[in-house]
Design a protein around this ligand. Sequence first.
Ligand SMILES: Cc1cc2nc3c(=O)[nH]c(=O)nc-3n(C[C@H](O)[C@H](O)[C@H](O)COP(=O)(O)OP(=O)(O)OC[C@H]3O[C@@H](n4cnc5c(N)ncnc54)[C@H](O)[C@@H]3O)c2cc1C
Length: 444
Amino acid sequence: MAQFDDTKLTVAVVGCGIGGLALGAFLSKFSVDNDIRILIEIYESKPEVSSLGSGVAIWKHSWEILQELGVEEDVVKRGFKVPKDGEAHGPIFRQSDQPTEGYDFHNHVMPCGPLGLPRPVLLDLLRTKLSDNCKIHTSKRLTGYTTESGTITLYFDDKSTAQADIIIGADGIHSVTRMTMFKALGETESKDFEKYIQPMWTGTLAYRGGMAKAPLAEAFPDHIVLSNPRSWCGKNKHVVSHPLGPSIGLICYTSQLELEDTDFTEPLIADVSTQEVVDLFKEWEPKLVQLIKRMQSPSRWAIHVVRPLPSYVSGHIALIGDAAHGMTPHQGVGGGQAIEDAYILARILTYKTTTKSTLVAALKVYDEIRRPPSQYAAEVSRSNGMMYEYNHPDFVYNSPGHPDGPSREELEKMGQALGKTFLWLAQGHIRDDWIKAQEMLEKI
Ligand SMILES: Cc1cc2nc3c(=O)[nH]c(=O)nc-3n(C[C@H](O)[C@H](O)[C@H](O)COP(=O)(O)OP(=O)(O)OC[C@H]3O[C@@H](n4cnc5c(N)ncnc54)[C@H](O)[C@@H]3O)c2cc1C
């Protein structure tokens, strides 16, 4: 695209997932608000913007900033309930890994619940907020980039190239942008950086699928899955069920802690049969097995994470979303963190003092503001997963029936601890972080 003289920056965004689209939408809005021209080129490897994945929980912090894009009316029109301050029921935690009826051990009440959106709806909402200066280029898989003599060149697998003033890696957990960044740092700074190139397998597999609500309600009118999100807990496995519009989403997790940080050699995402998932949970309570038997088109995802990075930026390159802090899904905040990264970064890039010559320092502000909270989110998420599967150092139990199985009192105590880990999701505001960032930008 031709670059006009009044263009402040040309931003190449690699990846058109939640983070990439949110960045495009926020950059579009703040460019108009600040009366500046920024060209945004989003490069997506797939032939179209993906509709893969099920529900995404949008917590208060992320919802507040999404509202700045003016999406609320559309969300309501599409029939989703927006988060409001006031008591909200979160997931109910349930002891389930025994062949008899289980029991709820913690009914979580939060100061503000999340908005549950199907991922394709979220992507669609963001897409409607892109300006004419934001273009999506599909079937463009980044293979690497160079930053020689002040020129940034992106290379794609169709042999084409592109140039930009800045690259934002929003290319997910297996980010080529992160790999290129840390490979270069490994060569020029220290070999230590090489450990950040590849993500790490957690030893956990997630089997994702769903089912229509109506036939389930007809067969089991009082089934507990119909009303609330639930975490069905047990030793080394757990299941999350959540009502989502006319559907029920189901994610069944199995973990082998001893396999953490080993290579996962099979396909990262694979279709599996419903029977394969049923077999994994056949010793669990009948109410859950009933559900899993109805799971449609399940797919198996190998859950990888990014080791806590020492920086999300290097020169004119920055990472957002899973590329920067791919985390376990056990608090349902990965997508929200990508949106929050996008908001702060878009604010910084469109700020009056940010120019090509101050870009390196401005990106360091992004790193300072966003790295601590997103890495905290990753840590809490990991810790929660350990609790759901009775492997947390403070709550190690076996399945019921074993001498070291959990008592109801012990699980209730763990439920209290779990409840506390959700409190931060309703505290503070991302706009306050932006005020802090602004003060830092003024000192550059
Ligand atoms: C089982 C499970 C459940 C989850 N539940 C929740 C939840 O309830 N709430 C929540 O907030 N989060 C949840 N998450 C996490 C959430 O899905 C991610 O954190 C979020 O999708 C990250 O967004 P992203 O844009 O950073 O990456 P992605 O969504 O992975 O998008 C990356 C994009 O980059 C593209 N891409 C990749 N490589 C290249 C390349 N080389 N060149 C060009 N394009 C490329 C991809 O095709 C993709 O479109 C869950 C994750 C899992 C696995």
